[in-house]
Structure formats: structure tokens, C-alpha cells
Design a protein around this ligand. Sequence first.
Ligand SMILES: Nc1ncnc2c1ncn2[C@@H]1O[C@H](COP(=O)(O)OP(=O)(O)OP(=O)(O)O)[C@@H](O)[C@H]1O
Ligand SMILES: [Mg+2]
Length: 272
Amino acid sequence: MSSPDLSVQNHPTQSGEAPIVRIRGLVRRFTLKGVLNGVDLDIRRGEFVSILGRSGCGKSTLLRAIAALDHEATGSGELIAPERQSVVFQDARLLPWRRVLDNVVLGLTGPDADARGRQALAEVELSGRELSWPSELSGGEQQRVALARALVREPQLLLADEPFGALDALTRLRMHALLRRLAERHRPAVLLVTHDVDEAIELADRVVVLEAGRIAADVTVALPPVGPARRDRFIALRSQFLGLLGVEADPLQGWTDPVAHSSQDSQALTAG
Ligand SMILES: Nc1ncnc2c1ncn2[C@@H]1O[C@H](COP(=O)(O)OP(=O)(O)OP(=O)(O)O)[C@@H](O)[C@H]1O
Ligand SMILES: [Mg+2]
């Protein structure tokens, strides 16, 4: 089993291609409390990056800074991010007085807005629920509406703050498969904040660990597609990340191949 290199790596973009997110020396503080203490991070076009870190380490603060939603914070540093970006949170944040399709297309302009909204709902496998009220949907269905609302805008950057944190384990696996399919189809850059080490490894091209206000590790996942090499790499990464997060756990405990699961779940989702 080979150990991944967890030193901070440089991810230079290929010549001529600027990163879609560029962060240098980002500092953020709330009143007297410093949270981000010099974060450097690049995200390339179409790249999927997960952020792990202990509770309170500043993951949401970083995401909110990128989304320009951090009006309470003060700080400094360089931050370049695309304007065309969407955010998904742990709760779906649908407007309860608007039907599902209206929630998806809210603020969209153009004569084809409704058609695009219907298409987005079809992509999250909610065709037929256009006229439902949010309260008539399950938690997982509401999160799928939130994903449709995010993706119908064809964002260059999708910011997701623990979007599956409130879902049960099986629904979460189904959502992983769905998000992977959607990301492959639409190719936004994705920044996913999660507490779930397996989720981070399974979904991302790169996993970043935030600690003490800085990036403590930045690792290219590079899972082999199948076989024992995939399993070994997954377990090695899991073990290293758990160690960095200060979690004492058997990295083999509860091992299942998330890809095998996700494809079964995605079939179940399609069938259901
Ligand atoms: N609006 C705010 N005002 C004051 N302090 C804040 C504010 N938002 C966040 N903080 C503080 O900044 C620190 C980082 O918060 P943040 O929400 O970024 O953590 P997190 O890594 O996302 O944690 P979790 O994993 O629990 O969601 C915390 O100590 C928090 O109390
Ligand atoms: Mg948070």
C-alpha cells in the first residue's frame, strides 16, 4: 500500500489557462477571532475539490468568502472567483410559497427559462414534481431541487457547504452518484465542504485539509478506476486524512466500495 504525499503540493495551471478560483494570502477574522490566516488555493476550470477540516476551522468561512457572502468578516488577501457561481447549503433553502419549478427558475430570464427548469428537474430525476410544493418533498428531493436550481444557471463554479450533511446514509450515497454525473455533464468547478472523509475522496479530484486557518494538505486523489489498487489507494488516503483530522479510527472499518454502491444506487434512483 503506498502512502500518498500529503505535503502541500503546488498545482500549477497549464500555461495559458488561468485558474477559475485564485486565492492568495486570504485572511478573515470576526471581531477578535482570526479564522483564516493566509489561505492559498487555486481551482482549475472543471476541477472538483473537497475541503475537510475540524469543526470550526473555517471551511464555511472560506466558502462564504469565495461566494462574497461574508459581510460580517474583515480581512485581506487576493481572491478571484467567477461571477457565474451557485451555492448549495446543507438545507435546501427553497421558498415554501413557490412551487418546485418556480423555485428552480427564480430569477432566470429568457423565453426558455421554464424549459430549462424542467430539463434541470429531469436531470435530478424529479420530472413530474414541477408543480409540487417544497413541503410535499422529502429532504433528499428538496436537496435535488436545490441542485437543479444551482445547475440551471450553468455556473462556472458550484460551491457546496455540506449539502448532504442532513441526509440519511443511503440517500447520501445516491446523491453522490447524482452529483458525480451532473458534474461530469456540466463540468463546473466544484468546491465541496464536507465532514465525510469517504465522500471527499470519492467525489473529488483533489482534497484540501484546512487547519489552523491555513491549507495543511492538498492531495490529488487519483483513484484507480477499479480493483485492489483502487481499494488500497482509497484506504491509504482515508487513513491519512483521518490522522490529519485527529480521528482515531480503523481506516478499514466499514469499508465498502463507494463506486460499486453508487452505481447500484443510481440505478435504484432511476428505477424509483
Ligand atoms: N458571523 C460570525 N461571527 C462571529 N464568528 C463567526 C461567524 N461565522 C463564523 N464564526 C466563527 O468562525 C469560526 C469558523 O467558523 P466556520 O463556520 O467557518 O467553521 P466550519 O469549519 O465551517 O465548521 P463546521 O464544520 O462546524 O461547519 C468559528 O469559530 C465560528 O464561531
Ligand atoms: Mg461549516
